[in-house]
Design a protein. Structure first.
Length: 191
């Protein structure tokens, strides 16, 4: 394994950005194709740094989600601190979930799932508002904005290809309510 791959992504990204800065600076003294080549190379280095930073952020976010799931599982399974730490030691030979690598976090989560942990569903549940309630909400928003029903009909036509907003599905009506809320905030009215 090379020394560069052992270096943390944030440090590698900073080094790439510094190299790009130096290339841009030296491009000032180049002429013709050399100038454009150095600028192109600097752009590639900056793009590589941006990808490294994005990957590092994604990895850290995944780590936090997995640690949160482990702690949720601990609570759901009713484990006291001593039992929890003993389980971490028996599964991956660590005393703290923070010391787990990606494979360790997965192993611990799999172990906890085998013991009865049920992860929560992904995504938000939709509110169970009826179509009539949503149509009434759209009409209330139109009245507050002093706009006719034809305004919402036009929005429904543009957004969904539906002639009248009353004919929209509940999901489309929710999106129409959101668009009207956005419009109200933009125009300085509260909902």
């Amino acid at each position: 394994m090379s020394a560069q791959t052992k270096q943390p992504p944030a440090e590698r990204a900073a080094a790439l950005r510094e190299s790009a800065r130096q290339l841009r600076q030296s491009a000032q003294y180049a002429d013709g194709p050399g100038y454009h080549e150095e600028l192109r190379r600097a752009g590639e280095l900056e793009a590589q740094a941006a990808r490294l930073e994005a990957d590092a952020r994604a990895t850290e976010n995944r780590r936090r989600r997995e640690l949160a799931q482990i702690h949720l599982a601990k609570k759901q399974l009713g484990l006291d601190e001593e039992t929890y730490r003993a389980m971490l030691w028996s599964v991956w030979r660590v005393r703290s979930a923070a010391d787990l690598d990606e494979a360790g976090r997965r192993a611990v989560l799999d172990h906890m799932k085998q013991r009865g942990f049920r992860p929560r569903r992904k995504g938000r549940s939709r509110p169970a508002a009826s179509r009539e309630d949503l149509v009434a909400k759209v009409r209330a928003q139109l009245a507050a904005a002093d706009r006719p029903d034809a305004y919402a009909d036009g929005m429904a036509r543009r957004m969904f290809g539906v002639e009248r907003f009353e004919w929209c599905t509940p999901d489309q009506l929710r999106r129409l309510v959101a668009a009207l809320t956005y419009d109200a905030r933009r125009r300085g009215r509260s909902q």
